[in-house]
Design a protein around this ligand. Structure first.
Ligand code: ADP
Ligand code: MG
Length: 701
């Protein structure tokens, strides 16, 4: 992957120190994410061409690129369906045709009989046998052939207006500057660590990849398994890990309040719950509880499948903060979810005499002012809300613990912003991050290098897994009947419309049409609609009506993905599920199956399905284990998709591929520690090399 990354300005050599780089060229290079001369060294080939030897015509194979040398025997302009210039070329072994659809008058005379040519192109089978279309060619004037290339020829990712030969020359120039010492390339992984992990040196790796010898294993290179590639992939992974790790260190430089386990209050809380905690909930809780008795700020991620009961775990942690004399805040990504949390927390905490406040963007005027005062004066010990909680004008009296629900909607920046909220009491709050996105463990370790991870790997007893079936949308009629039956039994139903061509507007329109069709087909039932373009107020009204059972069938876009809890809903239809990731589908499906009746999820796909789509839907049908599903999703789609683009630190990897290079993750973790201990001065340059200036700034917030 070669996504453009913002590149360093400081300490780097300007692009225009290279000959031939003016404003226009600079602009093109920048389009490739190349901002300094050093960056050219790290712009790696996509693949290679073998121009190191001449292949006899008889040795050519269709679909393969090769250098050929021969003598022109004929050149004719053919007036076929498309006018073309057909040149016949002969060497000692056979005859090859060259075809030019675009050609000049000069070319027709250039290919006189007897002219010797050296050319490079891809052979294909055509009407005259083996042919090459528009090969690169050169006339051989003397009868001695010019020398062939000494190394394989790299083919680089490039951009309009920048042809391969030009880019190759610029890169070669950068290496010359390196040899002359006007460009520096620092080896940032010390020899001791390199030899422990058997890694080639940086310069050696780059030389190899830009100018591989003729006998280089092309297949290994194409698969990305060559030691030179692995060395760079490892360095890149290391840079990402270090940048996340550094955020952790920065946060943990400050002191957090020590919050002793809450004893009596916890017992009272637990006895009022209508259920007892699962073993997994208790285990995770003891991990959190131990963390927050320390003065080192906790940075812990709790992963738990939909419905695994994360909220109550968070509540127990919040209770520990409150009994230690501090405040606790819970932030959720949507108004709806925040409000749901607010209600749960109120229900649990008010009987214990703990005041719970609510703050969201929706809250205006006096109500907002009141809430802010209750928070800043410390009357409200527990606060639930949206992002609004962490806006500048909100001051906490003594914030001891911040809980962030559904982490995948937030990034590193919000985590850092939290650090400031302890300002008044001079401490940094502990952070607990909860996510239902079941990120495979290997990936979680890298994506969240700055967090400790706890997993709630058990669902509360008595849940029946949602039965999932895939149905072609040609059978819509049957599905409508199914909805009617469920509603007749007093159950409620979700109908989910997925994103159309990345367009929210189109998706919302489609949802409106679906609502109308279903209203017509099911006149005896109440059909509601929520989508992203409705006002928060309207959305909340519809959702509340659904929760209260006034709406039987809720047509929705994926806005309902997160957290909604309506136990009476027992059927979900997901239209065009092939458009969504497995993890997201699993999340959606988790909205049903929350009550005691058997629940169903119908994946209403549009045929024909591709093999991958078919396989993906089968995974969902056969498994209800979020982690297993995520592992499969990772294999089928790759990590970028699984984590979503919001996950900082993982998107935009240039060389590393988390699926292919999974086995490097363990050594990278070892190296991360080793570098921080042994060569801390190399950490900054390494991060800057791979993540650019932007990443350097994370650490300074
Ligand atoms: P999620 O992990 O998806 O956020 P919630 O915290 O919303 O899950 O919990 C889902 C439902 O399960 C809630 O109604 C909650 O009260 C209930 N619940 C949580 N823990 C248990 C338990 N140990 N036994 C039974 N029900 C539980
Ligand atoms: Mg939840």
């Amino acid at each position: 992957m070669s996504t453009a990354v913002t590149r360093p300005a400081s300490g780097a050599t300007d692009l225009d120190t290279l000959k031939g780089v003016g404003p226009a060229m600079r602009e093109r290079l920048e389009r490739l994410g190349l901002q300094a001369a050093e960056d050219l060294l790290f712009h790696l080939p996509l693949r290679y061409q073998d121009r190191t030897r001449v292949t006899p015509i008889a040795g050519l194979r269709a679909g393969h690129e090769a250098v050929v040398e021969g003598e022109v025997t004929a050149a004719d302009v053919i007036q076929g369906r498309r006018r073309s210039l057909l040149v016949r070329l002969r060497d000692g072994s056979g005859i090859l045709s060259l075809r030019f659809f675009h050609f000049s008058q000069a070319q027709t005379t250039q290919f006189a009989r007897g002219t010797r040519l050296r050319l490079f192109g891809e052979a294909r089978s055509g009407s005259t046998g083996l042919e090459m279309y528009h090969p690169e060619y050169r006339l051989l004037k003397d009868d001695t052939g010019k020398e062939v290339e000494e190394t394989l020829t790299p083919v680089y990712p490039t951009t309009e207006g920048l042809a391969q030969p030009r880019l190759r020359a610029l890169i070669r120039q950068a290496f010359e500057h390196l040899d002359q010492g006007s460009l520096a390339l620092e080896e940032l992984i010390p020899e001791s660590l390199r030899s422990r992990f058997r890694l080639p040196a940086l310069r050696e790796s780059l030389d190899y990849l830009h100018f591989p010898p003729p006998d280089a294993p092309l297949e290994t290179l194409a698969e990305g398994h060559h030691p030179a590639q692995r060395r760079l992939a490892l360095e890149e992974l290391l840079a990402h890990q270090l940048s996340l790790y550094r955020i952790r260190l920065r946060i943990q430089e400050d002191a957090a309040p020590a919050l002793p386990a809450s004893g009596g209050l916890a017992t009272r809380f637990l006895t009022q719950l209508p259920f007892s905690l699962t073993g997994a909930q208790r285990r995770v809780l003891s991990e959190i509880s131990a963390d927050i008795t320390q003065t080192i700020p906790m940075l812990r991620l709790v992963q738990g499948d939909v419905g695994s009961g994360k909220t109550v775990v968070a509540a127990m942690a919040m209770l520990q903060a409150v009994s230690g004399g501090y405040q606790a805040a819970l932030m959720a990504p949507t108004e709806l979810l925040a409000e749901q949390h607010y209600k749960s927390l109120k229900r649990w905490f008010e009987p214990l005499g703990i005041e719970v406040a609510w703050l969201s963007g929706k809250l205006k005027g006096k109500a907002r002012l009141d809430a802010k005062t209750r928070i800043s004066e410390g009357h409200a010990r527990v606060v639930a809300g949206t992002h609004a909680l962490f806006q500048e004008d909100v001051h906490f009296h003594r914030l001891g613990l911040a809980v962030i629900d559904e982490q995948h909607r937030f990034g590193v920046h919000q985590r850092l912003a939290l650090r400031q909220k302890g300002e008044v009491s001079g401490t940094t709050p502990h952070q607990l991050i909860m996510t239902a996105t079941p990120i495979p463990r290997t990936l979680a370790m890298s994506a969240y290098a700055d967090l400790d991870v706890s997993v709630i790997d058990e669902l509360p007893p008595g849940r029946t897994p949602v039965k999932t079936i895939a149905v072609s949308d040609e059978r819509r009629g049957e599905v409508t009947e199914r909805i009617r039956n469920a509603c007749l039994e007093g159950r409620q139903v979700y109908w989910v419309c997925t994103l159309i061509e990345e367009s929210e507007a189109l998706t919302c329109q489609a949802a409106e049409v679906t609502r109308d069709t279903l209203t017509e087909a099911l006149p005896e039932f109440q059909v509601g609609l929520v989508h992203g373009r409705m006002k928060a107020q309207e959305k909340a009204e519809v959702m509340n009506a659904f929760r209260d059972g006034e709406v039987d069938l809720l047509v929705a876009t994926t806005v309902i993905e997160v957290g909604v809890d309506v136990p009476n809903a027992s059927l979900m239809i997901i239209e065009n599920p092939e458009r969504l990731g497995l993890a997201q589908l699993h999340q959606l499906r988790g909205r049903v199956g929350r009550g005691t009746v058997e629940s169903f999820c119908v994946l209403l796909y549009h045929p024909p399905l591709s093999d991958t789509s078919r396989e993906r839907l089968a995974v969902l049908r056969d498994s209800s284990d979020g982690f297993r599903i995520a592992e499969r999703d990772l294999e089928l789609r790759g990590p970028g998709e699984v984590l979503g683009t919001r996950q900082t630190g993982l998107v935009g990897m240039k060389i590393a591929d988390l699926t292919r290079d999974r086995d490097l993750l363990d050594p990278v973790r070892g190296l991360t520690r080793a570098m921080l201990d042994q060569t801390p001065e190399s950490v900054d340059p390494l991060i800057r090399r791979w993540l650019g200036e932007a990443a350097g700034q994370y650490g300074q917030v």
